[in-house]
Design a protein around this ligand. Structure first.
Ligand code: ADP
Length: 533
């Protein structure tokens, strides 16, 4: 042995942040408007107090500790503290339906759940169905009947806790997929996988974080660990800014007040931010780079950011990939590209950072060429990609370690990956595939269109034909034929939606994605006018 085999541990990460980035701030804007300030040094100290408090409550290695909480500094402490006592932090998405919440909390067998005051109604509705939970603990309010308080637990500890003996392959995090495509499945993160993911995320072609960065992760801490941002920020000691509310006005103000340079959110959040900026004339402040992912970012959104001088990292990933799988890097010839070419590159989902390997395969699992034309099932492997779901009997990968993502993609000759659809969402017309994502992204560029969803409906000759549901912007009337006219030179002729339907709203998942499954169900018996005529 010639080099030290020191394991990659989250405890070393928080100790590093506390030691090297002591005074760098962690800011929380709470629901009542109060702003509290901590720093990496205090978070490191508080994480030890938190670990001691868990131990005092009888928690031990491998126990699942749940959180039903928005983004804030106490939540951050619980992440590092739980990992430090050997526990597994289970971030629960409070926007799930009640029966999904009951399912995942029982499946995880959470022993404690830390709760924001605002989610007390959820606990009260469900507590009788959650036999494994010994205590509910309020993160942000005093103890009351049926609830302990975070502050009381912390006040009893002095921060002298010695981290548990840990192996880098020990589990430390648990996140359930949002169930867009079925029952939620648990993904267990390990110390090693999360440390490597954190070091990767700061890279220039990924999120480009440094000590001077000020990061506002809008993506919730319960959505694939806020895309790993709270870990990545610790590696370089970036300032973190949290908000417990996701209101566009609050977020825009916070961005300006705290000098936010980096932010991360799903496309629907950015649409709301744009609407607020349009209404108020507010600008982007010091914003330099945004990470957009979770669903495909429309070209018009990317273009708007880029015109304002904000770099866009269009990222693809999933709960099973920790979640960073690819990001839209700037290629070497970026400076020679026209603006339109640059937008083209960023509109695709990008390239994997070192560590992630990608390939596309056909239905016989034959590897397909990277020709930018052939599409196939996207598979990946790497040190932060899932091996096996929590409590499953079998691996989620094939014998060579490839995990099938359920997405359909093409890989371009320059290595850039482009998602064309989820396997379940593709529209199959006359044996050929129409990409619902491309239709939607083109449609969102049409005047007056706020949001769009394309699904296939039955057609006697073509099996399926696309229809497009369109939600107009507030106070705007949209004419279906104008949308079709707008699309005419942007998509292949035979991709043109047979009908454009104007609707008030679209159903969304708990992580803000359009719930295609429900739309498909709602429109499964839809009669195309051209057929019934
Ligand atoms: P769920 O699968 O339950 O929705 P995830 O949040 O893990 O939960 O979602 C991962 C999926 O989101 C991916 O498999 C992909 O279909 C979609 N997705 C994520 N990022 C992008 C992106 N940039 N473009 C298109 N689709 C994306």
């Amino acid at each position: 042995m010639t080099m030290q085999g020191r394991p990659l541990l989250i405890t070393d990460l928080i100790d590093h942040a506390a030691r090297e980035h002591f005074g760098r701030e962690i800011v929380t804007r709470w629901t009542d408007g109060r702003v509290s300030r901590s720093n990496w040094g205090e978070v490191g100290h508080d994480a030890r107090r938190f670990a001691a408090a868990l131990t005092r409550l009888g928690m031990g290695k491998g126990d699942r500790i749940g959180t039903l909480a928005m983004n804030h500094g106490h939540h951050l402490v619980s992440w590092y503290g739980t990992a430090g006592m050997g526990g597994i932090l289970h971030t629960i998405n409070p926007r799930l339906f009640d029966d999904q919440l009951v399912y995942i909390i029982n499946h995880a067998e959470d022993r404690l759940i830390f709760v924001d005051e605002t989610f007390i109604p959820i606990v009260e509705r469900l507590r009788d169905q959650l036999p494994s939970v010994e205590h509910f603990i309020l993160f942000d309010a005093p103890a009351r009947d049926g609830y302990l308080s975070y502050q009381d637990l912390m006040d009893a500890e002095d921060g002298s806790f010695i981290w548990a003996e840990l192996d880098e392959r020990d589990p430390m995090g648990l996140c359930y997929t949002s169930g867009t495509t079925g029952n939620p499945k648990g993904v267990i993160y390990e110390h090693r996988s999360n440390v490597i993911h954190a070091i990767t995320e700061i890279q220039p072609d990924v999120f480009d974080l440094a000590n001077r960065s000020v990061v506002l992760p809008i993506v919730p801490m319960f959505h694939a660990n806020s895309w790993g941002v709270p870990y990545a920020a610790a590696t370089v000691g970036a300032k973190l800014v949290f908000s417990t509310v996701n209101d566009a006005a609050v977020l825009c103000d916070l961005m300006h007040q705290e000098g936010v340079t980096h932010s991360a959110a799903v496309p629907t959040v950015w649409l709301a931010m744009f609407a607020h900026m349009d209404a108020t004339g507010m600008d982007y402040g010091k914003l330099k780079r945004v990470l957009i992912g979770g669903s495909a970012a429309p070209r018009s959104m990317i273009e708007r950011f880029m015109r304002a001088g904000v770099d866009v990292g269009h990222a693809w990933g999933m709960t099973e990939t920790s979640p960073v799988g690819t990001t839209g890097k700037r290629p070497w010839n970026w400076d020679e590209m026209s603006f339109d070419e640059q937008v083209d590159v960023v509109s695709r989902q990008g390239c994997p950072p070192f560590g992630v390997m990608l390939r596309i395969v056909d239905d016989e699992d034959q590897v397909l060429p990277r020709d930018g034309v052939t599409s196939g099932r996207l598979q990946c492997r790497g040190p932060w990609i899932i091996q096996r779901y929590f409590r499953a009997d079998e691996d989620a990968t094939d014998e060579d370690g490839w995990f099938d993502t359920g997405d359909v993609a093409v890989i371009h000759p320059d290595g850039v990956m482009q998602i064309t659809d989820r396997a379940k969402d593709v529209i199959k017309s006359g044996g050929e595939w129409i990409s619902s994502i491309e239709l939607e992204n083109a449609a969102v560029g049409a005047p007056g269109v706020q949001e769009a969803a394309a699904v296939g409906v039955f057609h006697p000759k073509w099996d399926e034909r696309p229809i497009l549901l369109v939600v107009p912007k507030a106070g705007v009337t949209v004419d279906p034929t104008q949308v079709q006219d707008y699309l005419r030179d942007k998509i292949a002729k035979w991709w043109m939606p047979d009908e454009v339907l104007i609707v008030d709203s679209l159903p969304h998942t708990a992580t803000g994605k359009i719930l295609k499954r429900q739309i498909r169900d709602d429109y499964k018996d839809y009669q195309l006018k051209s057929i019934s005529a």
